[in-house]
Design a protein. Structure first.
Length: 128
């Protein structure tokens, strides 16, 4: 493992820890039951807050899955390689987004095709 790889792994581990803390905090929030009482505006605000927190929790959980996936790739020795074409992912991209799964070219193609890549490694990664 190079010094840069160790730095990226450390970033991922820090992100993992932060995400766990954030998820634990959001999960521990107790919501009161929303009823249609006399204060409709207050009930609407409470419902909005609950929905917002649930959406944020879902995003954090998804991000946690991506970070765990990247850390698992370190263990397998496949970190830093595109899951579609197998080419190395540019270090600048990994530095900006340590859990990047695709090289910039494959990511662009993925976005253009609506999220699906059918490259040589698509079967291995479960894209097919």
């Amino acid at each position: 493992m190079t010094r840069d790889d160790a730095r990226l792994k450390r970033l991922l581990e820090q992100e993992h820890s932060k995400l766990l803390d954030d998820i634990e905090h959001l999960s521990s929030i107790q919501y009161r039951r929303i009823t249609s009482g006399n204060h409709m505006a207050e009930s609407a605000t409470a419902a909005f807050d609950q929905a917002s927190n649930q959406a944020l929790l879902k995003q954090l959980q998804h991000r946690l899955q991506r970070v765990r996936h990247a850390l698992a790739k370190f263990e397998k020795g496949t970190y830093g390689f595109c899951e579609n074409c197998g080419k190395p992912i540019d270090f600048a991209r990994l530095k900006a987004l340590p859990d990047a799964r695709f090289c910039l070219q494959c990511q662009r193609e993925r976005e253009i095709m609506g999220g699906r890549l059918l490259g040589p490694r698509a079967l291995e990664t479960g894209e097919i």
